[in-house]
Design a protein around this ligand. Structure first.
Ligand SMILES: Nc1ncnc2c1ncn2[C@@H]1O[C@H](COP(=O)(O)OP(=O)(O)OP(=O)(O)O)[C@@H](O)[C@H]1O
Ligand SMILES: [Mg+2]
Length: 393
């Protein structure tokens, strides 16, 4: 996968004379210590983060943790004191920290678009004029601009509103216009600083869905700031958690939920429902950890009701439940196959844990076998595996 944005040892200190502050950063000083001794504000320190093309990378953390500071370094709205911020520019990577003014202008026009918390629609312009603003500023010819604006408005179902003035729209609709405008610039990298945080929860959820839907077809690289973990878990392919200007953890949503790096992260996830992020893969016991049932057979479950054999390609050659041959039933089809003592349930590693649990519930807690896309056996899930994941034990 190609890298779109790469932060390398990025320090950002706000203040007139940063040398002393940077020396303190090297000694691991906190923001409060640096402020007290040098009068400089530490924006972020030692930030290393690689963002791949097509990813939605979420920066998370409490207010003042440095999320916006790091985000704004991508298009040099903030001056980086030390380190590199590499941004993909066609086939090469450009260091935004040191590139010349013409390169920076070109990057801002063609590569990196910014979406602010308040989308900043111009009330005296119509919806289509607002969506086309970025294109207009970039000098895109009228006909092409109109076509691109039409396309974006259709994507967010706002085409009937094209001729309305921005101030005639509700807050949520304005936000959708802003979203359309950001996507219309065709910049491959989008920076979004808490774009939905001012909206009520229902509209917010809808816009998150809309963003994910747009992303499916447009596949941008999005760096998204949020202080809401539910939002981060929902939309992020990766989440980076910041505390006091420093990155404390980066990982996939389930990494954060299953393996929080410290108490700060643990506090964030304390109220998260793990079922909203976990998949079968996250809780399964690997096939190599299952107990042998002798002569090439393996027990699927700890209670030893069900055993199976695989051939040399990893495909199941035989399976028995209570000594009798079984019928395989997908976890998604449990409704159509009420439990009668002859079935074994299966799922794919990517199946949501919730689906697996529903099947277990319907089948009086039968174990579930997991198969990959090539039908090879990869592992098993029993009730205890689910409980320990959900309880994070
Ligand atoms: N332009 C600036 N000049 C001086 N200090 C700044 C500037 N921008 C940010 N800071 C400081 O840097 C620190 C990190 O701020 P930042 O805006 O990145 O936090 P944040 O995580 O985005 O918080 P929030 O959730 O409140 O938006 C804060 O202490 C802030 O006061
Ligand atoms: Mg901020």
């Amino acid at each position: 996968m190609n890298v779109a944005v790469d932060f390398k040892n990025v320090d950002i200190v706000f203040g007139p004379d940063t040398a002393d502050a940077l020396a303190m950063v090297d000694r691991g000083a906190t923001r409060a210590e640096i402020l007290e001794q040098t009068g400089n504000v530490l924006g972020c320190a030692g930030a290393n983060l690689t963002i791949h093309e097509g990813e939605i990378s979420v920066l998370m953390g409490l207010s003042g943790s440095g999320k916006s500071t790091l985000l704004r370094a991508v298009n040099r709205l903030n001056i980086v004191s030390r380190g590199q911020v590499l941004v993909k520019d066609g086939e090469k990577m450009v260091n935004v920290v040191s590139c010349d003014a013409a390169t920076l202008r070109r990057l801002r026009q063609n590569q990196v678009a910014m979406v602010f918390q308040q989308f900043g629609l111009l009330p005296w312009r119509t919806v289509e004029e607002n969506v086309g603003l970025g294109l207009e500023l970039a000098g895109v010819p009228d006909a092409e601009r109109k076509a691109r604006v039409d396309k974006q408005l259709k994507l967010v179902n706002l085409d009937p509103w094209a001729k309305k003035y921005a101030h005639e729209l509700s807050g949520g609709m304005q936000q959708r216009v802003g979203l359309a405008r950001a996507f219309a610039t065709e910049a491959p990298i989008l920076l979004m600083d808490e774009p939905f945080s001012a909206l009520d929860p229902l509209i917010r959820t809808k816009l998150q869905d809309e963003l994910l839907q747009l992303q499916k077809t447009l596949k941008k690289t999005i760096i998204f700031v949020s202080h809401d973990l539910e939002e981060a878990l929902k939309i992020g392919s990766h989440i980076t958690i910041m505390e006091g200007g420093r990155i404390v953890q980066t990982g996939a949503p389930e990494d954060i939920v299953l393996r929080p790096a410290n108490d700060y992260v643990r506090d964030f996830i304390a109220n998260v429902n793990p079922l909203s992020v976990l998949t079968a893969w996250n809780v399964m016991r690997d096939r190599r950890d299952l107990e042998s049932a002798g002569r090439g057979w393996t027990w699927l479950d700890r209670r030893k009701t069900t055993r199976f054999k695989v051939d040399k390609d990893g495909l199941v050659a035989a399976a028995e439940r209570d000594g009798k041959p079984v019928e395989w039933v997908s976890c998604t089809d449990v409704e159509q196959h009420p439990e009668d003592g002859t079935q074994v349930y299966w799922a794919n590693p990517g199946t949501p844990l919730k689906t697996v649990m529903l099947a277990m519930h319907r089948s009086q807690t039968a174990p579930v076998a997991l198969f990959d896309e090539q039908s090879r056996f990869v592992g098993a899930i029993g009730v205890r595996d689910v409980l320990s994941a959900v309880l994070r034990r």
